[in-house]
Design a binder for this molecule. Structure first.
Ligand code: NAP
Length: 281
């Protein structure tokens, strides 16, 4: 079984991006800039943002974090986004989710210039992705896609089963694999026989949020299994895949932690650089 080392792949990607930033600086005399807006003081969000800032600095991006208290007026946030939209030093804007209840998430997402939308959540990017046009792609599914391609460069005709249909993970994952000519089945909480669906799959991507949902006997020999889940349990952080059981069957499997997670942040940096390059045309 191939243990898909997300940490290593993310480090390789960051090294490539670092080199690209050096070349972009030589060509344009400036570097891509990432601005993150963090509202409130939720610990996981603070940790994510700190890691994003650290990784951005590591590859040579200009990075800035704007912090607001969780009772901030929605209009102040929207006005700040509009200001960042027109700031040419800012290539990418990310508003860390979740947001406090009084702030309309969709309004925030739609205020970000789609060309600076490094999370790929703006409806224009969502539409472009599903239409097969150039777009920012949400970072986690993009990371999963790169890991899958590393194991199996030719995905044409493969049967993929995606577990979970969120806008963040399942839906964009479906689009990425469809574009690779996979036959994609997207499953969710109302799917009748998830085990039977999984047993058909050459590729399984689990993005559910249920600890160890995917069992060993759900997975066909030689399947590639990507575990997006991050679940806190008594025995620590586990994924949506029963790792010990599935590792006996699968051809390749991502661990949790150390699989998809590190790729998510590396893909955010990649998206920021792509936004910068598109803005120079
Ligand atoms: P989400 O928005 O809660 O969506 C979960 C999806 O799973 C829904 O579509 C839901 O179906 C489906 N589902 C629930 N129970 C199911 C069942 N028994 N069988 C099949 N499908 C079922 O979650 P998310 O934001 O996509 O996140 C999923 C997981 O990934 C979480 O553990 C999260 O922490 C993790 N995550 C990891 C990263 C990373 O960087 N590694 C990034 C983001 C999220 P319905 O639509 O029918 O409700």
């Amino acid at each position: 079984m191939i243990l898909i080392d997300g940490k290593k792949e993310a480090a390789l990607l960051r090294a490539k991006l670092k080199e690209e930033v050096i070349n972009l600086k030589a060509k344009y005399n400036k570097v891509p800039g990432l601005t993150v807006i963090l509202i409130g003081n939720l610990t996981p969000s603070q940790i994510y943002v700190r890691n994003k800032e650290k990784s951005a600095n590591e590859v040579g991006l200009k990075s800035e974090v704007i912090k607001y208290p969780d009772n901030i007026d929605e209009n102040i946030v929207l006005e700040k986004i509009k200001e960042l939209n027109t700031n040419t030093a800012v290539s990418g804007i990310l508003v860390q989710l979740p947001l406090p209840k009084h702030i309309d998430k969709q309004k925030v997402i739609e205020t970000i210039d789609p060309l600076k939308d490094v999370d790929g959540f703006h409806p224009m990017n969502v539409g472009n992705l599903s239409s097969g046009y150039q777009s920012s792609v949400p970072c986690t599914p993009l990371g999963c896609y790169l890991l899958i391609k590393k194991i199996e460069p030719d995905l044409s005709g493969k049967k993929a089963v995606i577990i979970g249909r969120s806008n963040l993970n399942g839906k964009p994952m479906t689009q990425l694999l469809l574009k690779e000519n996979c036959t994609v089945t997207i499953t969710h909480s109302k799917t009748r026989n998830l085990k039977a669906e999984c047993l058909e799959a050459d590729i399984i991507v689990a993005a559910v949020g249920i600890p160890e949902l995917v069992k060993g006997d759900w997975v066909k020999k030689d399947a590639i299994v990507i575990d997006v889940g991050i679940n806190k349990t008594d025995k620590g952080i586990v994924g949506d895949v029963a790792f010990d059981e599935v590792s006996k069957n699968a051809k390749a499997l991502t661990p949790v932690p150390g699989g998809v997670g590190p790729m998510t942040i590396a893909c955010l940096l990649k998206n920021t650089i792509e936004c910068f390059k598109r803005s120079q045309i």
